[in-house]
Design a binder for this molecule. Structure first.
Ligand code: AMP
Ligand code: MG
Length: 491
């Protein structure tokens, strides 16, 4: 890929490798201008890592770029085409309310997409208004930044601006645009789109581009497309395990919402689980629990099977053989996921080495949490600090027995108990973005234009493993009256 360097005051250093791909992959599309862009929040640490200048970004010109009123030098805005299985049904999609400005080449030489979300209609809008509301954009900002701080691969949020226009949802709301930063926006759905409507040669171009962009260490003599499939599977196995380990529920794991890079993408009706329950669903539209907490690994496997199908023509000239290669690779997901999850769970319990019975020790704890309605995050934190309060579970004989087994297990490894507790501290977050706290911050922001609640929340969420007293306030559970919590799509 050739890199074009155009450095202006703000530090935009954009290249457009995606725009050089076959024209069927996208439509050139500028953002639709807005009446009055106003900066609501800016991500200072991210600005620096992108090589941008925060002062310039806050200037009228800078904010005009973030609002889509000014195209920065070097940008070639476009809307990406993609398809997707939405709740199992295959649909033609594409960026219906987003444009990719280009790829910022960072001071470290990394290439990241800069996308405006909520920037107006595109040929893929399908009757939608192309816009986004302030609440949902701030919600994506908060949760994606919290995920990043938790050490989970995710797209990032650079800024949110209001547009000066209203958007009509259930009610009239302030319009907003979020600037999203991603390793790329190539989705399982991008491959589905090209596989269905493109040629095999175009599919090869997309696969080669993806390898070049995300998986460069492919050996010259190996089947590069099988390598691609296996690497995507590996990254998803690691990602979904991390979601499960912190109790994150994506809410709409459609194939268009699964990024090939292995980053969490498209924060819609997502939320973090409070009380441990595998059946937890937050999304109002997920009536059958397809994307419930406990189903996420299975659904990831299903999505990866759809990805593998798109690669069949590239995997082998003999279709039967291609199918066999794909099936073998996809069936490896379950084991890879399980390995990641089990390693993560061991660490959450301070276990360094491996014993066969570890899984049943973990499952016993989770069953007790489910039975006694233990809060997922707080239970692990209580174990980490040996402060076994606040839950009936801790007072039961069942738990006392489990605790004894666990302590005995910690005794069967070389590392000291002290090292175990240190490990637990680094794996069990003090806080997660709890729904009622996120809602409280959004309400203050949207209704009163008071952003201080959100800023404080973002601050504590930025150090989830630091375990300091000010976080205590943020780890209390919601009032039962606010449960069950519901999140909404179509935002
Ligand atoms: P999402 O639910 O955000 O993953 O979006 C699913 C699809 O709907 C994508 O193709 C989006 O671009 C499109 N979409 C969502 N909201 C809008 C909107 N307000 N206007 C146009 N397209 C939209
Ligand atoms: Mg989406």
């Amino acid at each position: 890929m050739t890199e074009r360097k155009t450095i202006i005051e703000t530090g935009w250093n954009l290249d457009n490798s995606y725009a050089r791909l076959p024209k069927t992959f996208f439509t050139r599309q500028s953002p639709t201008p807005i009446p009055s862009p106003k900066l609501i929040i800016l991500n200072y640490p991210l600005i620096t890592s992108l090589g941008l200048n925060s002062q310039a970004l806050q200037s009228n010109d800078g904010v005009a770029v973030l609002g889509g009123n000014k195209i920065p030098e070097g940008a070639l805005p476009l809307a990406q085409a993609y398809a997707g299985h939405q709740f199992g049904h295959f649909t033609l999609l594409g960026d219906g309310r987003a444009v990719l400005l280009g790829e910022q080449i960072t001071p470290l030489g990394e290439r990241v997409d800069i996308q405006l979300k909520g920037s107006g209609k595109t040929p893929y809008s399908r009757g939608g208004d192309g816009r986004a509301a302030l609440g949902p954009m701030l919600r994506e900002y908060i949760i994606s930044e919290a995920m990043n701080a938790l050490g989970i691969a995710t797209t990032r949020s650079l800024a949110v601006v209001t547009t000066g226009e209203s958007v009509i949802r259930e009610t009239e709301q302030s319009g907003a645009i979020m600037t999203r930063v991603a390793a790329s926006h190539i989705r399982v759905g991008t491959f589905q789109y090209v596989s269905k409507w493109g040629t095999v040669e175009e599919l090869r171009v997309l696969a080669d581009y993806t390898l070049q962009r995300h998986f460069q260490d492919v050996d010259a003599d190996e089947n590069r497309y099988l390598f691609l499939l296996k690497e995507v599977i590996k990254r998803q196995a690691a990602l979904i395990a991390k979601w499960q380990l912190v109790g994150f529920i994506h809410g709409v794991m459609n194939t268009d919402n699964m990024a090939i890079s292995g980053e969490t993408i498209d924060y819609g009706p997502c939320a973090f689980m409070d009380v441990y329950d595998k059946a937890t669903v937050f999304s109002s539209i997920d009536v059958y629990g397809r994307y419930a907490y406990g189903n996420q690994p299975k659904i990831a496997g299903w999505n990866l099977a759809r990805f593998a199908e798109t690669l069949l023509p590239l995997l082998h000239v003999n279709q039967d053989h291609a199918v066999k290669l794909a099936q073998d690779a996809v069936s490896g997901f379950t084991e890879l996921y399980h390995y990641n999850w089990l390693s993560g769970m061991r660490a959450k319990l301070g276990i360094f080495n491996e014993e066969l019975q570890d899984e049943s020790l973990i499952e016993d704890l989770l069953s007790m949490m489910q039975k006694y309605r233990g809060d997922y995050t707080n239970t692990f934190r209580a174990l980490t600090f040996d402060k076994l309060e606040d839950n009936v579970m801790f007072g039961t004989k069942e738990f006392a027995h489990w605790h004894e087994m666990w302590q005995a297990r910690l005794g069967r490894q070389q590392e000291s108990k002290d090292s175990s507790y240190k490990l637990m501290k680094s794996c069990n977050p003090a806080i997660i973005p709890r729904n009622h706290r996120v809602e409280e911050a959004l309400e203050a922001a949207v209704k009163q234009r008071d952003y201080s609640v959100m800023e404080r929340l973002l601050d504590v969420l930025s150090r989830p493993y630091a375990h300091y007293p000010e976080q205590a306030d943020y780890s209390t559970l919601p009032e039962p009256s606010t449960c069950p919590y519901r999140t909404y799509c179509g935002t």
